[in-house]
Design a protein around this ligand. Sequence first.
Ligand code: SF4
Ligand code: SF4
Length: 408
Amino acid sequence: MQTSISPQLLSNPDIAEAESILRACVHCGFCTATCPTYQLLGSELDSPRGRIYLIKEMLETEQASDKTRLHLDRCLTCRSCETTCPSGVRYGRLIDIGREMVEEKAPRSLPARLVRKAMLAVIPYTARMSVVLTLARVFRPLLPAQLQKKIPAKQSTSASPASARPAATHARRMLVLEGCVQPLGTPNTNAAAARLLDRLGISLVSAPDAGCCGALNQHLSDSEGARTMMRRNIDAWWPHIESGAEAIVMTASGCGLMVKDYGHALKDDAAYADRAARISALTRDISEILNNENLDAFAHIGQGRRVAYHSSCTLQHGQKLGGTVEAILLRSGYELTPVADSHLCCGAAGSYTLLQAGLSQQLLNNKLASLCEGKPKVIVSANVGCQMHLASASDVPVKHWIELLEQS
Ligand code: SF4
Ligand code: SF4
């Protein structure tokens, strides 16, 4: 794709990166076929190719409108288009750059800005989120029906209470990210991961000073806020890395994708660049860890139980680990039910459930219909956001796949 961006704008490294991404696009449109918003809305401007043109136009004219912002907002950042693209267009990075620019060129209304600020002030902080959740549960009957469904019950099929974690007694040690929403929404996930890895001779430890990975800030165009969280996590993890932790384990694929990008996000920060690159290199999804261990003891534990696996976008499109969890579940004796359109997003997508509630709900309904088609006994996922979103409307229990494996 030809571009005509002013030299002055191109002196900004992010814009220069955007230009190189734009130039890789040959406008073939293959990506439209696998874009969830294009499938729902049927409009070119709600397809990857349409959004790429909108970003190109914004960079060339240095202007944007409410229309530009609307179509960029509707993108889930699911990166299904990246998986499909034959030219290797790094759309996920392009939309991040485009979104930062659109905030500046087409500012939101004051109420919209306040909503985003409130989300950033609460969601990434577990203690604050806990207070808000407690209040939301008390006032649930007074809230709109759609919002009521989004508030996780204290005890639900998706949120088993956290069981005890084993003492860290093994010579092999790995760090785990506790995250921000996961301790409240699905508290048993990391406990199950710790028990499972303990049986494999690995102790899972966490660094109390680490917190949110920064993904929410990144998605809401607050890249400086995201970098602050990255630096805090690097400082919290570094002593453990120096004392021999083998890996940083991610049980939420959305966080894993973000932490694997720390090296790129902090490449221009002289004080953190090297450590950020090392942290990213050490980061593994829990499925990557298990895939490299001897799982003979797990063979047959599934006993043919029918399971529908929801492949999160951040694992299959972002981290390119599609098929890894499925292979572990099959080796462990589960029967995976067929799931149509497994490349499509469930509509969770970070803050999408709150900011694009209508589209999010349509995607959720379609996803649950596909997942339930094969009459599974349980639905499993690899990401806290998907798990909570699916559980908000599912009659079938929804778990993290690591809980299923551990409980079997
Ligand atoms: S598939 Fe890739 S090259 Fe083709 S239009 Fe989409 S982003 Fe551009
Ligand atoms: S990231 Fe997902 S929603 Fe956004 S353009 Fe690509 S396929 Fe469509």
